[in-house]
Write a protein that binds this ligand. Structure first.
Ligand SMILES: Nc1ncnc2c1ncn2[C@@H]1O[C@H](COP(=O)(O)OP(=O)(O)OP(=O)(O)O)[C@@H](O)[C@H]1O
Ligand SMILES: [Mg+2]
Length: 410
């Protein structure tokens, strides 16, 4: 593979800051060169609350990755998530200007500009404009209108927005660590890229990233993204509940959660027993694992119910044939798929990122889906427009398919 361009992904999580360095060839073939991670500091619920602390960890993680890859990096693709993210449905209608009434890329560009030009709340920035489909005159549900004949083009999009100040803090922190932010990418959009196939997006799917401080979600219906958002609850809340109820330090509660925790009581048999470690002057306690599950289940049920409620609140309708796909560290909690399946009333599975050249098997784990997805999205963009990044801006070379064209735009 003729390696052509170096890509760097950065995932600033509440409990871990992770970075990846990869190279991509002109045909979009990705090769992972390095992955580094360190426990996070200064991040709460996915947002930076102490820039100085966080930037130190970012610098260390990037240095670790640079050492592994034997290269120096200058800019990163940054994941973004949290409860400040919203997905807003919008559409843009334009008249077709050419004499022969044939729809050109310029018409699509104009209609997308119209869809983006809407009043947004203060302190909001648009992170992505995700095209859902097009309507040409009275024909709806069109995926590629280029070269079709019509008088009127209506483009339906999902505007993914985030808090401008939270995004600005993220950028500032990365810049203070000596790096440029090449692009910000919605975390669950990155997740989807490595855990969902095109066919699953077509069938309808919901990807949920259960992190430590946030849970982010994206939903697809008939191949189009229809919802994006997040809540400020995550697997750390489960740890907190265990610590509080059993009167144990968080570190001990965390290891009990990982080794014996389960969030689906029916999956635990009555005779399973667990023993908590002795802490300080407190002796070990032996008690049924089902009791621990009863303690954990309500919090996880709250998280899934809130997300389900988000879909209802946003009038998300359609079929989800591919069901729920869980990623993030919290997806590894025993019983998570069973509980998600009950609450969403559809099948659920854990999303393991797809294999990528050079990727060690240990990273085929739902905790790394965001990081690897950032690489995959950028590799696709590069395949569709190799001039990306060379001038600092995405060039508008019109040569490829519509998919590539839209990918280049947003
Ligand atoms: N095997 C496991 N079983 C249960 N929980 C786990 C397991 N492994 C990790 N976790 C939990 O996953 C969480 C960390 O997940 P992840 O690394 O995706 O979070 P993050 O990206 O740092 O946070 P966020 O996305 O919320 O900013 C922690 O709360 C941890 O306890
Ligand atoms: Mg995360």
């Amino acid at each position: 593979m003729a390696a052509d361009k170096t890509l760097v992904g950065l995932d600033i999580g509440t409990s871990w800051i992770r970075s990846v360095i990869g190279s991509v060839s002109k045909d979009g073939q990705l090769m992972i060169e390095a992955i580094a991670e360190r426990p996070s500091e200064g991040v709460r619920s996915g947002s930076i609350v102490n820039i100085e602390q966080t930037l130190k960890i970012i610098s260390s993680v990037i240095s670790d990755a640079e050492l592994q890859a034997g290269t120096e990096v200058a800019s990163v693709i940054l994941g973004v998530g949290g409860d400040h993210i919203s997905g807003i449905q919008s559409s843009g209608v334009v008249g077709i200007q050419s004499k022969d009434q044939e729809i050109k890329r310029e018409d699509i560009r104009r209609s997308i500009d119209v869809a983006r030009a809407r009043d947004l709340p203060q302190d909001t920035e648009i992170l992505h404009t995700l095209v859902q489909d097009f309507q040409v005159d009275s024909r709806s549900g069109i995926k590629d209108p280029i070269d079709m004949l019509g008088h009127r083009l209506d483009t339906r999009v999902l505007l993914v927005t985030g808090s401008a100040s939270i995004c600005q803090n993220l950028r500032k922190c990365v810049q203070k660590a000596g790096l440029q932010v090449q692009r910000m990418v919605l975390q669950p959009l990155a997740d989807s890229e490595v855990v969902l196939g095109m066919d699953e997006k077509e069938m309808g799917a919901i990807v949920i990233n259960i992190g430590s401080g946030t849970t982010n979600m994206i939903a697809y219906v008939q191949g189009a993204p229809v919802y994006a958002g997040g809540i400020s609850l995550g697997s750390d809340n489960v740890t907190g509940d265990i610590a509080y109820m059993l009167q144990l330090p968080r570190s001990v509660a965390e290891s009990i959660k990982v080794s014996d925790g389960c969030c689906h009581t029916p999956s635990v048999s009555e005779d399973e027993m667990i023993i908590t470690p002795a802490v300080g002057g407190k002796p070990p306690i032996r008690f049924p694992r089902k009791e621990l599950a009863k303690l954990i289940e309500p919090r996880m049920a709250e998280i899934f119910s809130m997300l389900y409620g988000e879909l209802e609140k946003n009038d998300v309708s359609g079929t989800f044939g591919a069901g729920v796909v869980l990623v993030g560290g919290g997806a590894l909690l025993s019983g998570a798929t069973e509980l998600a399946s009950e609450i969403f009333r559809m099948p659920a599975r854990i999303g393991f990122p797809e294999a990528i050249n050079g990727l060690d098997r240990m990273y085929i784990d739902p905790r790394y889906s965001t990081l690897l997805g950032l690489m995959k999205i950028e590799a696709k963009k590069y395949r569709d427009n190799p001039s990306i990044g060379k001038s600092g801006k995405d060039k508008e070379g019109f040569g490829g398919k519509l998919k590539g064209f839209l990918g280049r735009l947003f």
